[in-house]
Design a protein around this ligand. Structure first.
Ligand code: SAM
Length: 304
């Protein structure tokens, strides 16, 4: 990204990113044009890029954006809404619970409530520290794209065989790997993460990559209506999809373009999808399987 040979270019036939309010951006796009809409909206907690609103007002605003997303979604497409908690006077309001009725009103089908677990965050003194957020994965219809083989992870016991019955002696696991399940462990993007920019809450690219691979095919369109520094667009481009996104903060959009140019130049560092999470040496913690990797596997350093 710091490579002086990377020149800003704000047009790219596979990346369409604008500094624009998402409703205005979406209203200019044709119905049913997106195979995957994946995003993490503001949580209404007073971050630099948002203004705190009464919760019912926030939900009404989200409902307007969600309605427009549903219009843009292909009949075989998926909508993934990644959220944490809204917090008010020390009380938490899990936004997936708060927003679920809005998605249901549109007749969307919930396929998974994925728990994204991470190790780092604020340390709370009056409640347990929050160490997960969720992704609500909805499909528009009953017939939808789901490429499980594209996201399989290594099995815990790769050589394990049936020991009795008609399959005795045959492998008991799928040789292509196992279903990754609905609890995903990816480090969140804090200061020592290789993808960190000035944005306070970026998606790890590997998290969106898993959704892109499972829920779209090459050439499909992926859209993030709250794109921040463009992590969803990067994940889409990395896998031959077309990335759309918008954000209202000019600096974030500029960084998103710099990241896309760096990706095109082969200079963008992202954390590899199958790298196990870091467990400190001598931590006293017994190492278990991490993202499908056995304990003896290489563990990344905290600067990865
Ligand atoms: C949680 S962040 C998303 C970060 C993003 N996932 C990334 O990886 O960088 C939410 C983003 O929504 C943007 N935003 C807030 N209101 C918006 C609006 N009306 N239209 C477009 N973007 C908006 C904020 O500027 C912020 O960057």
């Amino acid at each position: 990204m710091t490579d002086a040979t990377i020149r800003p270019r704000h047009r790219d036939c596979e990346a369409i990113m604008e500094c624009r309010d998402n409703l205005a951006f979406m209203r200019a796009l044709p119905a049913e044009s997106m195979q995957l809409i994946v995003t993490s909206p503001p949580y209404n907690i007073g971050k630099a890029y948002e203004r705190r609103q009464p919760l019912h007002y926030y939900v009404a605003q989200q409902a307007e954006v969600i309605a427009e997303c549903v219009r843009l979604l292909n009949p075989r497409g998926s909508l993934c809404w990644q959220v944490g908690n809204h917090v008010q006077d020390g009380e938490i309001f899990p936004l997936d619970m708060v927003l679920y009725p809005v998605f249901r009103e549109h007749g969307l089908h919930l396929r998974n409530r994925i728990v994204w677990h991470f190790e780092h965050g604020l340390h709370c003194s009056k409640r347990l520290s929050g160490r997960y957020e969720t992704i609500l994965w909805f499909t528009k219809g009953k017939d939808y794209t789901f490429n499980l083989d594209a996201i399989r992870v290594p099995p815990k016991y790769p050589g394990k065989k049936h020991f009795k019955g008609p399959n005795a002696g045959r492998l008991s696991c799928n040789p292509l790997g196992k279903n990754p399940g609905d609890v995903w462990i990816f480090p969140n993007v804090k200061n020592n993460h290789v993808e960190k920019t000035i944005h306070p809450c970026q998606f790890p690219v590997e998290l969106v990559e898993r959704l892109v691979l499972a829920l779209t095919n090459p050439g499909d369109r992926v859209f993030d209506p709250y794109m921040g520094v463009g992590s969803s667009v990067i994940a889409a481009l990395k896998h031959g999809r077309i990335g759309y996104g918008c954000d209202i903060v000019p600096e974030y959009v500029e960084i998103a373009w710099q990241r896309v140019h760096a990706l095109r130049a082969g200079a963008l560092k992202t954390r590899p999808m199958h790298r196990p999470v870091y467990v400190p040496k001598n931590s006293g913690v017994t190492l278990g399987y991490q993202n499908g990797q056995p304990p003896a596997a290489h563990h990344a350093t905290s600067s990865d």
